[in-house]
Design a protein around this ligand. Structure first.
Ligand SMILES: [Zn+2]
Length: 143
C-alpha cells in the first residue's frame, strides 16, 4: 500500500467532499455521523490525514475552514483499482476482474460498454499472460 493511498474510512470523507466541491468539516461530520455513526472527532482526524496526504485543500474563510478536493474522484478510483490488480499475479488478474463483474449489478448499457471493450482487447490479446512475480510469492511456475 502506497503511503498516501486513501483508506476505506478516508474514502467516506472524500466522497462527501467530491459530491460538494467545497464544504466544511461540520457538514462532513454531519453526513458521516448519520451514515457511519462517527463522532465529529473521528471525522476531523480523517480530514487531517487527508490534508497531510495532499488529497484535500484547506481554505480559510473567516473563522471556519473549507475543504475542497485536491484529487479527482476519477483519478482516485483509477489509482485504487490499479493497486488492487497489482497485488495479484498478472495471471490471476483476469479472475479478479471476473469476480468483480460477477458480484456487481450492471445496467444493459454497462454490459454493452464492457462487451465492446472486451471485443477490442481480444483483437490484440496474447494467448498467455507472463507471470512477473517475485520468486517465492507465486506458485504459477509450479503449475
Ligand atoms: Zn505469478
Amino acid at each position: 500500500m502506497q503511503e498516501n493511498q486513501i483508506t476505506a474510512s478516508e474514502w467516506e470523507v472524500m466522497r462527501v467532499v467530491w459530491a460538494n466541491k467545497e464544504t466544511t468539516s461540520k457538514y462532513i461530520s454531519e453526513v458521516l455521523e448519520d451514515k457511519m455513526n462517527w463522532k465529529p472527532a473521528t471525522t476531523k482526524t480523517l480530514i487531517g490525514r487527508l490534508v497531510k496526504k495532499n488529497k484535500l485543500n484547506t481554505i480559510e474563510e473567516g473563522r471556519k475552514y473549507l475543504y475542497s478536493p485536491q484529487v479527482t474522484e476519477q483519478e482516485s478510483i483509477q489509482e485504487s483499482s490499479k493497486e488492487v490488480l497489482e497485488q495479484v499475479c498478472s495471471q490471476k488478474r483476469g479472475a479478479v476482474l471476473y469476480q468483480m463483474i460477477e458480484e456487481t449489478t450492471l445496467s444493459i448499457k454497462d454490459i454493452e460498454y464492457l462487451q465492446k471493450l472486451l471485443e477490442m482487447k481480444k483483437r490484440s490479446a496474447p494467448k498467455m499472460i507472463q507471470c512477473e512475480c517475485t520468486p517465492g510469492q507465486c506458485d504459477c511456475s509450479l503449475g
